[in-house]
Design a protein around this ligand. Structure first.
Ligand code: BYC
Length: 329
């Protein structure tokens, strides 16, 4: 794989202070780090963890929405939903490929997802019992993803940064179609509007949790900021998301389910921002540790797909081996 012989990747090469300083100098100069460049092992491992988690989130994220493809109320909605779910599959594939440039295989990443070693976003462990949830996911979940991922287009690791550019363009479209869906429900019957409000009530807090633990509890943020993998902290991004999203809810006549939500004109260095209520961190950690409503179903679905796809992988490998031996001959 690409990592062979690189500094840090073999666990033997010494990472001297001079090497680490030179690496940081490249980062500070906004140079992109590419797969064959020397990099500290911790930088490599941070990216493998984060890109792997991101790839898994995209693939697991197809499940809650896929649940509604056969029940979309109109052909137009079905086409948009099919395309969106397919886009998420594509994002997963770019991201697995980006992680592979760091010397990890897709098989290994998948095994780690299935055995619980690797994480995926907490948000996908919530169920989608109503059609309004499809709109709310586009609006809030893709909205939160964009807030988090636009800065990742400037991530110091080249393959991740480049993958994010296309992903963000597609997520922006997803966010708009989701908001348009929720807006349509809000302009419909009283029952439809109530369905939209109920959906917002269930998804608001889990969407805020997508940004990760508060900065005081985030283990990886400091190092990731120093290496310019992350450009903003978890709390900074969460605040930006709240400030952008609350007016969108108000515009369509929905109420954000937070009694402590108040406009604070002194926040954000005098630009203003919302104060908001306490996030239920117990719930967050419970879900992250595998005890959310849908964790078991999600992993079972991924395991079934992986097991049932074994023959495809074997056939592809046999075909590749045959092609290679005939080109050698
Ligand atoms: N869920 O030190 P921290 C999408 C874990 S969008 C589960 O702050 P970091 C999509 C974290 O991994 C969603 N686990 O970590 C959208 C760490 O555990 P480990 C995916 C979480 O990495 C629409 C521990 O908590 N987006 O795919 O600095 C449709 C401490 O956290 C969560 C990305 O992955 C969570 N919400 O910051 C379809 C974007 N939050 O690894 C699909 C890229 C934290 O030490 N990732 N943890 O065992 C990131 O920006 C960052 O990894 C995070 C966390 C902000 C998520």
């Amino acid at each position: 794989m690409y990592s062979q012989g690189l500094i840090g990747a073999d666990n033997k090469t010494e990472e001297t202070q001079a090497f680490l300083d030179a690496f940081q100098k490249r980062i500070d100069a906004e140079e992109k780090i590419e797969p064959n460049d020397p990099m500290p092992l911790a930088y490599r491992n941070t990216l493998i963890r984060m890109i792997g988690q991101h790839a898994h989130s995209e693939i697991v994220g197809m499940l809650p929405e896929g649940n509604w493809i056969t029940r979309a109320p109109t052909l137009r909605r079905k086409v948009a939903l099919l395309a969106k779910v397919q886009d998420e599959g594509g994002h997963g594939l770019y991201l697995y490929s980006a992680a592979e440039t760091l010397g990890v295989s897709r098989e290994q990443m998948t095994e780690e997802l299935l055995d619980g070693t690797a994480k995926y976003s907490s948000i996908f462990n919530y169920p989608t019992p109503t059609w309004a949830d499809i709109g709310t996911i586009g609006w809030l979940v893709d909205g939160a993803a964009i807030m988090n991922q636009v800065p990742l287009c400037r991530c110091s690791y080249g393959p991740y940064a480049r993958a994010m550019i296309r992903v963000c363009k597609e997520e922006s479209f997803h966010q708009r179609q989701g908001y348009e869906l929720v807006k349509t429900l809000c302009e419909g019957t009283a029952e439809q509007k109530a369905m939209a409000q109920d959906s917002l009530d269930r998804w608001w807090w889990p969407s805020l949790m997508m940004f990760g633990p508060s900065d005081t509890d985030s283990q990886h943020s400091d190092k990731s900021m120093q290496w310019k993998i992350k450009r903003f902290t978890n709390d900074e991004l969460r605040q930006k998301f709240i400030d952008a999203t609350v007016p969108q809810a108000e515009l369509i006549g929905l109420t954000v389910p937070d009694k402590d939500l108040t406009w604070n004109p002194t926040k954000n260095r005098g630009k203003g921002g919302y104060d908001f209520g306490e996030i239920n961190w117990d719930e967050f950690w419970r879900v992250v540790q595998g005890h959310g409503l849908m964790n078991k179903d999600r992993i079972a679905a991924r395991k079934k797909a992986w097991d049932e796809g074994a023959w495809v992988r074997e056939a592809a490998q046999a075909y590749a081996a045959k092609q290679q031996s005939s080109s050698v001959a």
